[in-house]
Design a protein around this ligand. Structure first.
Ligand code: CMP
Length: 138
């Protein structure tokens, strides 16, 4: 079993499509181990995206991720990393396949509706960033 962290980002929460996104995740066979709505602090957003700190979009990304509440969801499934990335589509919605979460709900490459972990190792680390083991069911 693999774990991946979903973040439903502020753009999608503002559009009130978090219910649709969660249903798509459940329909694709993912188990929700933990789920919490939060308003990220600047320190949390900076730390979560620290891998991108040298990128030109880092400052804007932190600003965007703290611009409103998000929904953090710890997911589990066999082959979760690849299956979830297929479900959400490419980072840039203009390049995402039809029917993917980002094609349906993202605004642009930054305001791209959802986050997903990019490797098995990062899936564990990112779930642990927001949830303690005791908070995870199943
Ligand atoms: P995410 O999957 O959360 O991982 C890093 C985030 O950085 C990404 O989604 C986008 O929100 C943002 N991002 C990635 N590439 C760019 C880019 N070229 N311009 C602006 N934002 C980006």
């Amino acid at each position: 079993m693999e774990r991946t962290l979903c973040i439903i980002k502020p753009d999608a929460v503002r559009k009130k499509v978090q219910g649709h996104i969660i249903q798509k995740i459940l329909d694709a066979g993912f188990q929700i181990l933990g789920m919490k709505m939060r308003h990220l602090t600047e320190a949390q957003a900076k730390a979560f995206y620290s891998i991108h700190k040298e990128k030109p979009f880092y400052k804007d990304l932190v600003e965007f991720m703290t611009s409103g509440p998000v929904v953090t969801i710890a997911l589990q499934k066999e082959n979760a990393i690849a299956d979830y990335r297929k479900l959400i589509g490419a980072t840039d919605p203009a390049k995402a396949d039809e029917g993917t979460v980002r094609k349906l709900y993202a605004n642009n490459v930054q305001e791209n509706a959802v986050h997903g972990s990019d490797s098995i190792e990062n899936g564990k680390i990112e779930v642990g960033f927001f949830f303690s083991e005791a908070e995870l069911a199943g």
